[in-house]
Every structure is written in C-alpha cells, then in structure tokens.
Design a protein around this ligand. Structure first.
Ligand code: F6P
Length: 615
C-alpha cells in the first residue's frame, strides 16, 4: 500500500509562527497564557499545554496582571491591546502578518468611510476570533455576513466597502461581491482579502483526493478551514474520512486500498499526520502473502446450491484478510467472458451466510465451451488485472476451469458446490446436506398422507446421474426401497421389497427414485409396478428444484466457510488447477484432472444398510 502525505497540507505560516513563539518563551518560563486555543487542534493544544501554555478567555485576560500573554495568529481587537497596557501585561504578539495587514486596511477604510456614512462589510464567520479582531477595527460597527441572506442588514443606498476573513472560500466571496454589485446604488469597493494559502489548496486538494483510493483528513473539529477542506476531499473522493487523531482510524476503510493520501487543515500539525501514516502502515504491514496474486476473481457456475453464498463470503473475507483484492464475477463464466465484475468488500458479503442461491448468480455457459469464448474471458481477466480465479460449482464448472488453465497460465482453484455430492476427491459438496434435509422434510410430509390413504408413493429426487441424495435421504426417511443409478434394480427385485414392506404392513410405502436411475424415473417405474399390481394405490411425486433452495444447514455453512478459506490459501500457496475438498474431516486438494476423470463411489455399506432396514 502506498501512503502519501499531502505536500500542501500542514500549518500555515501564521500558525507555525505562533507555535514557535510559544515554544521559545516556554523554554525559559513555566507558564505562558494565550487567549483562546493557539490552534484549532486539540492534540496540538494538549501538547503545548503540557509545556506550560494555558488557554484563557477574554474575561480571565482582563483580570490578569503583570503576566505574559500570547496573541495567537487570529489576531485581537484593539480592546485587547488596551487591556494589556492597563494591566501591565506583556504581549507576545503572534498575530499572523496577513491578518494584521487586513486589520490595518479595515481600520483605514473605516476611518475614510465614516465621512460618507458608509458601511464596512466583512464576509466571515460570526464570532470567529479573527472576525472579532477585524470588527474591533471598526468600533464594532462592521456588518458580518456569512451568506447573501445576511446582506439584508446592509443599506444599499449608502457606500459599501467589502472585506473577507482570510480563510473563506473564493466562491463564497464572489457570490457576495456579485450580489452587492447588483444591489449597491452608491459606491462599492471590493477587497479580496482571502489568504491564498487556504484557497489555493482547493484545486490542489481536489487533485490529491482524486489520486488516491482512500483519503484521510486530519483536523480539529473546531477548525473552519478543516471543515471546508474536508468537504472538498469528500466531493472529489467518496472514500474520504475525517479524523481528529490516529485512534479514530478504522482499518476497514483500507480494504483493497492501493494508495492512501493523508491531508489536513492549516491547523493540523505535520507530526500528527505522520503519526496517522505510521498507524496505517503498522496495522496494514502484515502483508501475509508472498504470492504474486494481488487480485482474485470468484464465480459460481452450474446449478446453484445452498451454501454457495457462505463460500463466497469466506473467499472474499479470506482474500481481504490476506491483503488480496477480490472481485465477484457475475453469472459464472458468462460474466467472465463479458467482463461483468463487481469489486467485493467485506461488507458486500455481510448477512449472506444464511441465504440460499448465490448472490453472484449462476449460469451454464455455452460460450465458455468454445475457444473464442475462453479467449474473451482471458482478455477480460488481463484487462481487469485479475490474477487468479476461484470457481464454485460442479464437474461441468471444473471441466471448463481445467481447459482454461491448460490454454492460459491462470491459476484456478475449485470449490465443490453442488447438491449432487458427485465429485471425486471430497466427502461432501456444498449444498448436499441441505438438499437431503429438504428431501427428508418433504418425504416426511408425503408419508403422512400416504399412511392416511394406504398409498404407495414413488418420489423422485435430484442428483443428475448419481444416487447420493436418493440413498441418504431414503435411509433417513425409512423408505421401503431406494432406486439409484449406481445399482441396477430389476422390477422383480423391487416387487420383493414392496411385498415385504408395503404389502405386508399395508400402511404406506415410499420408494425413493434418483432422477438418473436406469429405470427411467419415478413415473416410468410407477407405471410398471402399477401394471403388475393394480391393487396398489400408487402416486408419484417429483420434488424438483425445491431441493436446490432454502437456507443452508449448519453443516453446509461450516463446510463452505472452510473450503472458501482453503481455496484462497491454496491460491496463495501457488496451487493451480485443484479442487479443495473435505476428506475424513480434513481439508484436501485434488487436481481437476483427477476429480473430472474419476467417479465417486456410493458407499457399499450404506446400500447394504438399507437392505437390512427395509425388511
Ligand atoms: O447438478 C445439480 C442439479 O440440481 C441436478 O441434481 C439436476 O439434475 C440438475 O442440476 C438440474 O439442472 P437445471 O437446473 O439446469 O434444470
């Protein structure tokens, strides 16, 4: 992360001069009084206070006698000088020369304009110390205006002389001037007395704020130029933050930030901005990864599965934790081809761990199957500086990833996300557990109505050409029979089961049929059995896509979270073309080649379990 201090920030001459004078006196004396805070920055005030500088108000000032009192850069009205003389107070005059000069000008203009019964107008903040000093030059007669609405106090038939507080904006001053030009019927003299140290900073600060991903603006809360300059930053760069001291820094602001700019008001000490930089560096210094990977893309592809969001969340957070930028690719490989990317921050994945579906959306991309499609995807990655990919999906997703990494030297790590649980190299895929629970819930309900009517139900569940969902949910719901593609079941065999279970007990019967079963699905097998046994009251229920929805189970959330983190770590460990998985409770890595070529086996022990339980 590159951090830069604004070369134009820091104390203006007037403030530096006042602080230097105060420090000089305090080398010899234990105490020095100052009317008001020497600078609108509490931290600097506290530092000087520790050296012996005591802030007092005008009332306390008038009661002092024979002491040294510093007049700060804002300047003082003539009454303060008189009081000092009367009370034998030694003045350390640190009034800014620009302000002193302005005071003189106003005094002169006031003397002259009195002859023609004219008015002095000061564009400034009512009650501000500098403004009070200026108004003092006119025996309190000057009219202070903060905006054009305040000009109603002016008599436009009489001569007018306009001045400005030194730290106001040129835009505001121009507005006032233009208004007066239109309204004044007598003479009008406009004196632009804005100190260019502040106003010149506006365009420079805009440019500075634009150059950085994040801007930290350090200033005292009371500083009016601080407020003004911070507004300039915020308008130029939304990622601008106002702090009074480094303690207020929030490290979330720097997520994915490559460059940070630190600026401040004219009352902000440079040492405070340096401390701010040190703290940002210290907190962000743990560049945990030695990897060249700086930006990861994450996508979900193929059939969605509950828990995909938990995996996305884990990838995003693990990447940020490792100081790697992360972008979400929308709609799987389709989004990769068309550059549909979204920069992901930690808060973008808040409140999604419990949600089904995928916030990145999914697709089965035909275009990515073509050489041209993958070429476009690669070009998008280069153009968007995405160094690596994490793909969440099933075997189709990994087949695409494998060929992509063969054609282009892009590290890709896969996370198994499919309700089918049909991937070699992992005991569980994300979504499988939730889908089984959804099936169980549905089958239990069907069992109620089946029992009420003495019916035999054929219930078809998903799983494409694998029987994992059918087998596990069949065992869990006490199905009379389970038909899965991995085991050929002849109609006769099935009838034997049904006779043992459904016919003998005559209450209800449930047959779970995997959609990929060789029998041809629930309707086909139900028809066949119905022909042989017209006495059976048969019904069919195809559960369908409801199995893919819903809030993920605790198991899927934890599995997804573990795999998401493992995938990022694998990439940073220079692994490529691998799928992360869970084998015997531990994170495992298996090459895309292996997971695609090998077929995951259904556990024989589970199949025989149902033979025993369905008697
Ligand atoms: O792979 C997940 C899965 O839900 C399978 O169980 C099912 O065969 C398939 O997707 C359905 O795909 P689609 O949603 O495209 O109809």
């Amino acid at each position: 992360m590159n951090i830069e201090i604004d070369p134009n920030a820091g104390f203006c001459f007037g403030v530096v001069n006042a602080i230097n004078k105060a420090e000089e006196i305090l080398k010899e004396d234990n105490t020095l009084f100052c009317i008001g805070d020497i600078v609108h920055n509490n931290i600097e005030v506290d530092r000087l206070n520790a050296l012996g500088l005591q802030a007092i108000n005008h009332d306390q000032f008038s009661k002092l006698s024979g002491k040294k009192v510093l007049f700060r850069a804002h300047g003082e009205p003539p009454s303060s000088y008189k009081t000092a003389k009367k009370q034998n107070i030694e003045i350390i005059d640190a009034s800014c020369p620009v302000v002193l000069n302005l005071q003189k000008k106003i005094k002169k203009a006031y003397r002259e304009i009195q002859k023609s019964n004219g008015q002095i107008i000061i564009y400034g903040k009512k009650g501000h110390a500098e403004v009070n000093g200026l108004v003092g030059q006119t025996e309190g007669k000057a009219i202070v205006v903060e905006n054009t609405a305040d000009l109603k106090l002016v008599n436009f038939d009489l001569p007018v002389v306009l001045f400005s507080q030194t730290t106001k904006t040129i835009t505001g001053f121009t507005e006032i001037s233009e208004y007066l030009k239109k309204e004044c019927k007598s003479s009008l003299k406009i004196n632009d007395t804005i100190c260019r140290k502040v106003s010149n900073r506006v365009p420079l600060l805009k440019e500075f704020a634009n150059q950085h991903d994040v801007v930290i603006f350090v200033s005292g809360e009371k500083s009016s130029n601080g407020k003004l300059l911070f507004d300039v930053c915020k308008k130029a760069n939304q990622n601008s933050y106002f702090i009074t001291c480094p303690k207020e820094l929030n490290m979330d602001w720097f997520e994915n930030a490559k460059s940070v700019g630190v600026s401040g008001a004219t009352s902000t000490p440079t040492w405070l901005m340096n401390e701010t930089i040190e703290k940002i560096k210290l907190e962000n210094k743990s560049d945990l990864s030695m990897s060249k990977i700086k930006k990861i893309g994450v996508l979900t592809s193929g059939g969605d599965a509950p828990g995909m969001n938990a995996a996305i969340r884990a990838v995003v957070r693990a990447a940020i934790y490792n100081k790697v930028e992360v972008v979400g690719v929308l709609q799987g490989y389709e989004g990769l081809i068309h550059g549909d990317f979204k920069k992901m921050k930690s808060h973008d994945v808040s409140n999604i761990i419990q949600k089904g579906g995928t916030i990145l959306r999914s697709a089965r991309s035909e275009e990515f199957r073509t050489i041209e499609g993958r070429k476009k995807a690669h070009e998008q990655m280069i153009a968007n500086k995405i160094d690596a990919l994490i793909v969440i999906g099933g075997d189709g997703t990994f087949s695409g990833a494998r060929i992509f990494t063969q054609e282009y030297d892009i590290p890709v790590v896969g996370i198994p996300g499919t309700i089918d649980n049909d991937l070699y190299g992992t005991d569980y895929t994300i979504g499988y557990d939730t889908a089984i629970n959804t099936v169980i819930d549905a089958v239990d309900k069907i069992r109620d109505t089946a029992s009420a009517h003495n019916r035999l139900f054929f219930i078809e569940v998903m799983g494409r050409d694998a029987g994992f969902i059918a087998l596990r949910s069949g065992i869990a719901t006490g199905a009379e029979a389970i038909l899965i593609p991995e085991k050929e079941t002849h109609t006769q065999e099935l009838q034997k089961y049904l006779e043992k279970g459904y016919k003998e007990h005559k209450s209800s019967g449930i047959v779970i049929v995997a959609e990929g079963d060789k029998s041809g699905g629930a309707y086909t097998i139900a028809k066949e059995i119905g022909k042989e046994h017209p006495e059976y009251d048969i019904r069919v229920s195809v559960l369908g896509h409801m199995q893919r929805g819903g809030s993920p189970s605790a198991f899927d959330r934890v599995t997804a979270s573990t795999m998401g983190v493992a995938a990022v770590e694998a990439l940073l460990d220079d692994q490529k073309s691998v799928m992360v998985g869970i084998v015997n409770g531990e994170v495992s890595h298996v090459s895309f080649n292996k997971t695609i070529k090998n077929k995951k086996k259904v556990k024989d022990s589970l199949m025989s379990l149902n033979d025993i339980l369905s008697i």
